[in-house]
Design a binder for this molecule. Sequence first.
Ligand code: PMP
Length: 429
Amino acid sequence: MAGYNTLSKEQLNEELVKLKEEYAKILESDISLDMSRGKPGEDQLNLSMGMMNVLDGNSDYKTTVGFDCRNYGLLDGIPEAKQMMADIMEVSPENVIVFGNASLNIMYDTVSRSFTHGVLGETPWCKLDKVKWLCPVPGYDRHFSITEFFGVEMINVPMNEDGPDMDMVEKLVSEDEAIKGIWCVPKYANPTGVAYSDEVVRRFAALKPAAKDFRIFWDNAYAIHHLYEDESKQEKILNILEECEKAGNPDMVYEFASTSKVSFPGSGVAAMATSKANIAFIKKQMGIQTIGYDKINQLRHVKFFKDFDGVKAHMMKHAALLRPKFDAVLSMLDKELKDAEIAAWTKPQGGYFISLDVMEGCAKKVVSMCKDAGMILTGAGATYPYGKDPKDSNIRIAPSYATPEDLVKASKILIVCTKIATIEKMLEA
Ligand code: PMP
């Protein structure tokens, strides 16, 4: 099949008839597939079941410093969990606070605290007329939901192949004091898979924001989530905390990470890494919120993984299960969609997503046709603030949960729907 652009109206119509026949057959078959959320598959969850055996009624619940994890105390985490999370983020344990079961609520609390109590002595954001935020797009829908919930005005920043458009970021933050933050997923970004280049990280660290309380929300959710064992295929990014310190902006960044997609989503360990000044400020609020998080879960994690080498080896087991799933989708797209020259997609080296850009004005239609055929995709537009993709073209594919066989079927449906929606749009023009 030649590129659709080279086809006459008659040829496009002929192709459309064939595709609609295929779609009708798909509608008749009883399909139920879900590629909407980046959830680990059951086989991945099984990898961590050994964690359930490292502690029982006869175990020693003391930390390396002799602290009894069964009791109150250690507000910011047990030392060995701090070390584990520090290793994941490549920072020093002194810069780490271990929180609860997941990182999204640390991000929520961080925004919330800034609204009610300000940032390091600055005016609480709730007292300001306007709070604005930079949102590299496409991005993570739940980030955008947090800032939307607080009534923040979100500004789209385009993503390039090496990170957000830094010319735009630098200009906006230096000119507008109302801009208080930016959402970043610096490695294997959700959904583009992009890793920020050294230059981008350095430019972030050297920002000169008009707002003293501007913060980079560096959500390193996929820090160790490589798809390949070969180190040359593993993305490495510069350490943002170090770079901010070197650039004289030590307090400008909050880094987040969790073991949600290392052990169990919703029952993992989550942490923040930031400057000592920020840590002291945050701990004051933490101490009001809680007497301490779930230390038994922290202990279970460190006993199971043993050390960072253990964590890395575990991630390679995840990679071995995830790779065939990404390959299933990517090889179908290459085989059955590429020649039509109507879409572009990412080939990530890690993370949980493939980002597909279809022809402008077609994403919603594709997603809804897939839904009618029994296949759930992340809602079109979800990868943009307010759920509004200005071009209606981005679709996030999450291949982790289904089996490779189902992913081949799902990709087929996605491809047929993409082709139909595109031809119909072309014929409209
Ligand atoms: N950040 C990003 C970029 C994610 O993709 C996800 C999960 N989809 C999360 C955070 C959620 O992490 P947690 O489970 O630690 O809240």
